[in-house]
Design a protein around this ligand. Structure first.
Ligand SMILES: [Zn+2]
Ligand SMILES: [Zn+2]
Length: 445
């Protein structure tokens, strides 16, 4: 039985001091923890792959509806029109005041769980290509969902204390990088409201549970996926003089691409080019007609991104020219997809980090390091038009971290089969922290 939604604190006086708020938040958070742990375990045991978060979304929608939110589900539209999109939007309008959007992601990964937890996943399901794969919540999105439910529950109970609009989003397709875009494409901001602030939390595998980290400015990289078709002139492997070998050309291009990183942009601007897949040819004695290189380019700044992409094109074409290929056999470069970098609004981060420190204690809140990983939370900021911030929530066992520092022991990172979180302290921390942060942004009464 769920108990946390039924208790509403009485608000007799019009204004409540932040000290009182802190106390109320603590009490309500503590009360809702048993339910949230249940949510967490339930979601952990039943993970679903990107694009297939049907039951997770139903769980989220049911819980949010029971709290009293206006819930719209399923919401979202993928580019591939036949693909259902299981986004959940929950709204609470409380009159004039700021609009705050809080997002959690729902999808899991094709990984076989090896944590040995009593509620470990044994789920197998078909991926987008029809292949049956094991599924595991190895990126903490189950905890993100439970945390969202906790925050939504406490803010609902505290509704007499704030004015404004709260929009909660349970987002599908984060790992596939197309869920946020799908929700925006379906008119998230037009149909509900343009938020004044957008917030999210991601678990952090090397920060102890009980602590949080914030980042000002670039937090995650922008990613461009690029397909480069290196064309040549095919023929018999015995007569390379009658051909232009695209395999050799590809090898030259791949090595030359690394000079883009070291020689075409400032060393102070991070960027990575990874050619993760190369396919060409059918037999050992045939020089093929073409080779496909699939790569990702990661950058923070827009101007660096353009510089790097232009350099890739130049190098590929230059190799073709040097090989004496005719113009109609020059390489083809296709920008398959792109994702903007997560830029945490410094002003918003400054404001929120003050709240985090006041509620968690300064020793439990610190500045984190940026990563060249990607997060499609970036989409909600509309290229910097909406102040947005994503915070790191520590989930690691402090003792395991300590042991790992002293020896060669290993703390399983996210996306690993052994990744596990300390759910209770992490949920408690995230719930107290993010409820206080959101309350601070809304109009308090
Ligand atoms: Zn992930
Ligand atoms: Zn994740």
């Amino acid at each position: 039985m769920r108990t946390s939604e039924s208790t509403t604190p009485k608000s007799t006086n019009k204004t409540t001091s932040s000290g009182q708020h802190k106390k109320i938040i603590d009490t309500l958070s503590e009360k809702s923890l048993p339910d949230l742990l249940m949510d967490y375990r339930q979601l952990h045991a039943a993970p679903e792959l990107s694009h297939q978060e049907k039951n997770t979304a139903a769980h989220m929608a049911t819980r949010l509806q029971a709290m009293g939110y206006e819930v719209i589900h399923p919401f979202g539209r993928y580019n591939e029109k036949h693909r259902p999109c299981y986004g959940v939007v929950a709204v609470l309008r409380q009159g004039e005041g700021p609009c705050v959007l809080y997002r959690a992601d729902m999808d899991a990964l094709p990984i076989e769980e090896k944590t040995g937890l009593p509620f470990a996943s044994r789920v197998r399901m078909k991926d987008d290509n029809g292949k049956t794969v094991p599924v595991m919540h190895a990126c903490g999105h189950d905890l993100h969902c439970a945390l969202l439910l906790g925050i939504a529950g406490v803010l609902m109970q505290l509704r007499a204390h704030w004015r404004g609009t709260m929009i909660f989003i349970a987002q599908p397709g984060e790992e596939s990088s197309d869920g946020a875009e799908a929700m925006l494409r379906a008119g998230l901001y037009e149909k509900f409201a343009l938020p004044d602030y957008a917030l999210a939390v991601h678990v952090h595998d090397s920060t102890p549970a009980g602590r949080m980290k914030y980042l000002s400015g670039y937090a995650f990289a922008g990613v461009n996926s690029i397909d480069l078709i290196v064309r040549g002139i095919g023929g018999h492997g015995a007569y390379p003089e009658k051909c232009v070998d695209p395999v050799v050309l590809s090898a030259q291009i791949i090595l030359a691409l690394q000079t883009v990183i070291s020689r075409t942009k400032s060393a102070l601007d991070p960027a990575v080019i990874t050619v993760g897949s190369i396919h060409g040819g059918t037999r050992r004695n045939i020089i093929p007609e073409e080779v496909l290189l699939e790569m990702t380019v990661r950058t923070y700044k827009q101007e660096v991104k353009e510089k790097v992409l232009t350099a890739i094109e130049r190098i590929a074409r230059g190799a073709a020219v040097a090989a004496g290929l005719p113009k109609d056999r020059y390489p083809l470069l296709n920008r398959a997809s792109s994702l903007a970098p997560v830029y945490n609004s410094p002003q918003l981060v400054r404001r929120c980090s003050r709240v985090l420190k006041s509620i968690l204690g300064a020793a439990n809140v610190s500045s984190g390091e940026p990563t060249l990983g990607a997060e499609d939370f970036s989409c909600y900021a509309l290229d910097g038009r909406i102040p947005a911030a994503l915070f790191w929530l520590g989930v690691a066992d402090p003792e395991a971290l300590h042991a790992a520092e002293k020896s060669a022991a290993f703390v399983a990172p996210i996306h690993s089969p052994e990744f596990r979180v300390m759910a209770e302290p992490a949920l408690r921390t995230g719930l107290r922290a993010m409820t206080a942060v959101i309350l601070d942004l809304l109009k308090r009464i």
